[in-house]
Write a protein that binds this ligand. Structure first.
Ligand SMILES: [Zn+2]
Length: 273
């Protein structure tokens, strides 16, 4: 477990100003109200662990249904209704667990690692001599991190563009740094034995990090939480940072797909596992 960045962004609820064109249409006011109630309250287990609300996943849902409007607005509900209708699902503009499951499975379907695991295969690690090493300014707090060369090249393009488009990132030297990348199967096995949790959501015995295609990227934390904490308060705070929102909107263009339960975990999907 790594320490939290000193200047971690605080957990901010969705307080962006609501653009005028997010306020309508009126026929989705009731759905928007229900979404607002559910955002922090609904009890569900979308990843097999009980949690409350879907605010953590709201940037992902917005990206999937094609809207920038906040999740409690009528325009968001309308976009959700349109998406649900195309999917043949209940289309009243209220996010249901069925709709979310469809979105989650579609995102998993973009990850070759998930497909390979679905066939019961744990992929071999790549030849370590062919891995690229990120620079000291790219690894979190100077940590040496290795990955496949194509992943490092894509990461560099992506982060350069993010820093150009989000000037606020410049005040936080940790933001978008890599805190974990390639991990050898031997390293993960030792960690598994040490921590005694090999099959949990966060410590799979066959981790995607063995492929050299997975990156854990700093996207902020809740105050006092480490950069990789799956605590719900921490995940919710991460999901609302400008850095994470930017990645959700743009990372796919650079070849990266998020494991939505972990806002920090991104897999490069343009190269076979
Ligand atoms: Zn990861």
């Amino acid at each position: 477990v790594l320490p939290a960045p000193s200047d971690a962004p605080t957990a901010t609820p969705d307080s962006r100003p609501v653009a005028a064109d997010c306020a309508g249409p009126d026929r989705y006011l009731a759905a928007a109200r229900e979404n607002r109630n559910n955002l922090d309250l609904i009890a569900w287990s979308p990843f097999g662990r009980a949690e409350r609300g879907w605010r953590t996943y709201s940037p992902f849902v917005g990206q999937t249904i094609g809207t920038d409007c906040p999740p409690d607005t009528p325009r968001f509900a309308e976009a959700l209704a349109n998406w649900s209708s195309r999917q043949g699902l209940r289309a009243d503009g209220v996010l249901t667990s069925d709709a979310f499951l469809r979105m989650k499975n579609a995102a998993h379907g973009l990850r070759p690692f998930v497909a390979v695991r679905g066939r019961g295969v744990c992929p071999d690690a790549p030849d370590e001599r062919r891995l690229a090493t990120a620079g000291p300014a790219e690894g979190y707090r100077g940590k040496a991190v290795q990955m496949r060369p194509a992943v490092l090249a894509a990461y560099r393009r992506m982060v350069a563009d993010a820093r150009r488009e989000l000037p606020e990132l410049r005040s936080d030297p940790d933001m978008l740094d890599i805190f974990s990348a390639y991990r050898s199967p031997a390293y993960d096995a030792a960690r598994c034995a040490r921590d005694g949790n090999c099959q949990g959501i966060t410590r799979a015995s066959c981790s995607p990090h063995r492929t050299g295609l997975a990156l854990d990227i700093v996207v902020g934390t809740a105050p006092g939480h480490p950069v990789d904490s799956t605590n719900d308060v921490n995940r919710r705070a991460m999901s609302q940072t400008p850095a994470y929102r930017w990645l959700v909107k743009n990372a796919r263009r650079y070849g990266f797909v998020n494991y939505v339960f972990e806002p920090w975990h991104w897999e490069y999907v343009e190269e076979p596992v």
